[in-house]
Each structure stands twice: as C-alpha cells, then as structure tokens.
Write a protein that binds this ligand. Structure first.
Ligand SMILES: [Zn+2]
Length: 105
C-alpha cells in the first residue's frame, strides 16, 4: 500500500504520484482545475505589476483587492495556512511549467 494523503481541495484520500511527492491535490479534474485557478490567483497576487491593468479592468481589480483584503482581515489564520500551502504549490507549478517549456508534454 502506498502512502495516502488527503486532497487539499476535496479532502478525499489519494496516493500522490511517486514522481511528484509533494502533490497535495488528487487527480480528479475538478480538483486539478481548482488547483490551477488557485495557483494563478496566488501568482497574480504576488506579481501585481505583471498584468498591466487597462482602464475597464481597474474597477474589477479594485473590487477584487478590496474583497480579498476584507477576507484576509476576517480570516488571519486561514491566510497563514493559505500562504504556506501556496509556497509549495507555486514551486510545483513552476516545475511543471519549466517541464512543459522544455517539451516535456
Ligand atoms: Zn481532490
């Protein structure tokens, strides 16, 4: 029996891929999709200047920032956990990205 861990998203137990030992999300498409969304959102938050915000987008961005600020104020403990989890996810994401860049897929 391989070691099983709980999926970060659906909380179901799964066996991580042996080539991706720090995998925290199971292979269900819903979870993979959610993982990607979370990765992208976290990446954008860390790189706010990367996507130049054009005129009609700025109100949306402002609202988004306000909402996430409010959420963070209400859930400081979750933010801590969230940040910790994302550090790993981001590493994994970059690894996958570089892999694809080199023609891995
Ligand atoms: Zn899952």
């Amino acid at each position: 029996m391989r070691e099983q861990i709980a999926c970060l998203i659906c909380k179901e137990k799964f066996s991580p891929n042996k080539y991706r030992k720090n995998q925290k999300v199971c292979s269900r498409p819903e979870c993979q999709r959610e993982r990607q969304i979370r990765n992208q959102a976290a990446w954008r938050q860390r790189n706010p200047g990367y996507f130049k915000v054009s005129g009609h987008d700025s109100s949306w961005a402002k609202l988004y920032r306000q909402r996430s600020r409010m959420w963070r104020k209400k859930h400081p403990d979750k933010v801590k956990k969230y940040k910790k989890a994302h550090k790993e996810e981001q590493k994994e994401y970059m690894r996958e990205y570089m892999h694809r860049l080199r023609g891995g897929i």
